[in-house]
Design a protein around this ligand. Structure first.
Ligand SMILES: [Zn+2]
Length: 153
């Protein structure tokens, strides 16, 4: 069931699960009381990353890990030519350490008002279709996220 949903999800978004890579060496990522084992954790990659950058996909069964999920490890080989070494331009940004209590209070009040004025797309939020193709849901969630971003800055 989950495999079919994952495959369908990847196919719809034109991405590939790292579990399809030839280097994939994972027996399980989740255990239920060390009785039942399954692979619930995945890396999802673009086709370019999948084909050109994946070196290994493995799991760490660390005895010190108290979670019922184990660490899924993805090793990528990335070309440095894609990483910019140019000096970054600095732009002004708030300094929380330098703000006084009145400024912090004003920020909190303004943010609360901005968030309260946002339209909450309830229908899109409660949609449980992992393969949802309703563009109104996608647009509503994108607008909601953008609204939250603007409200907190
Ligand atoms: Zn939907």
């Amino acid at each position: 069931m989950h495999t079919l949903l994952l495959n369908s999800f990847c196919e719809n978004l034109n991405v590939i699960s790292a579990c399809n890579h030839c280097s994939y060496n994972v027996d399980f990522t989740y255990n239920f009381d060390m009785v039942r084992y399954c692979t619930l954790d995945h890396f999802i990659l673009t086709g370019m990353l999948f084909a050109n950058c994946v070196q290994t996909v493995s799991v760490a069964h660390d005895i010190g890990n108290t979670s019922d999920h184990d660490l899924l490890l993805l090793h990528l080989r990335l070309e440095l030519r894609y990483v910019s070494l140019d000096k970054k331009e600095r732009s002004p940004h708030p300094s929380w350490q330098k703000a006084n209590p009145a400024q912090l209070g004003n920020y909190c009040q303004t943010m609360s008002e901005n968030l309260a004025s946002l339209y909450v797309p309830s229908e899109a939020i409660v949609c449980r279709d992992p393969n949802c193709c309703d563009s109104s849901h996608y647009d509503a969630l994108q607008n909601y996220v953008a609204g939250i971003y603007v409200a907190v800055i």
